[in-house]
Design a protein around this ligand. Structure first.
Ligand code: ADP
Ligand code: MG
Length: 188
């Protein structure tokens, strides 16, 4: 069964075409089609995709940097990026001259470090350094409660997402409808 996600695809493409930094948040249970949507919507774009594993955030950070080195062809020494703040700064720099989409999939696995909280480090960089960069950053996750809490009223990322969508339905309950929790282009 093909599930038509034409609206979501169009919105995600529009988000990437705006030429402005944007944050997208997408969550829902496993197998509802999150990864497929992001891959499909942004196929052919300059895109770095990272799938976090159920490992300590620090291990994920080092793996992300290794994959970034391979993807970009640049030397990226994980020791030079010891915190999430330095990683997000690197992403912003990579989007300084050319548009860049970064998908951080299963993002909830990056949030388990009390000493180096990825969400608040992201906000620190986003608010002060994202500037004129062309970074579109998509945070995607299957742990619904954690992902929902990420952008809630008392959370660091509150009000930052230009686009967000959620599906709380099971993939086996047809049709797996999603609801957009904020529309594209209404805010930065
Ligand atoms: N729009 C769609 N139409 C048909 N099949 C889809 C669609 N989206 C996802 N799928 C398929 O459903 C399965 C789960 O999708 P996936 O994107 O991996 O889910 P998630 O990332 O939410 O766990 C995959 O086999 C994928 O190819
Ligand atoms: Mg997935």
């Amino acid at each position: 069964m093909f599930v038509d996600r034409a609206e979501e695809v169009a919105e995600l493409r529009a988000l990437a075409d705006r030429g402005r930094p944007a944050l997208a948040i997408l969550y829902g249970r496993r197998r509802v089609g999150k990864t497929y949507l992001l891959r499909h919507a942004w196929a052919g774009r300059r895109l770095f995709y990272f799938l976090a594993a159920d490992l300590p955030p620090d291990r994920n950070r080092r793996e992300l940097l290794r994959e970034m080195a391979a993807w970009s062809g640049n030397a990226v020494d994980p020791d030079d990026y010891p915190t999430w703040r330095t990683v997000f700064r690197l992403l912003v720099q990579l989007a300084a001259r050319e548009p860049l989409i970064v998908v951080l999939d299963e993002f909830q696995y990056l949030l388990r470090d009390a000493e180096d909280d990825a969400a608040s480090q992201l906000v620190a960089v986003w608010d002060r350094e994202v500037g004129d960069s062309r970074l579109v950053l998509a945070l995607c996750g299957s742990e619904v409660a954690t992902m929902r809490a990420l952008a809630a009223g008392d959370a660091p990322l509150y009000g930052r997402a230009s686009w967000s969508a959620a599906s709380t339905r099971s993939a086996t309950t047809p049709p797996p409808r999603w609801s957009r929790t904020s529309a594209v282009a209404t805010r930065r």
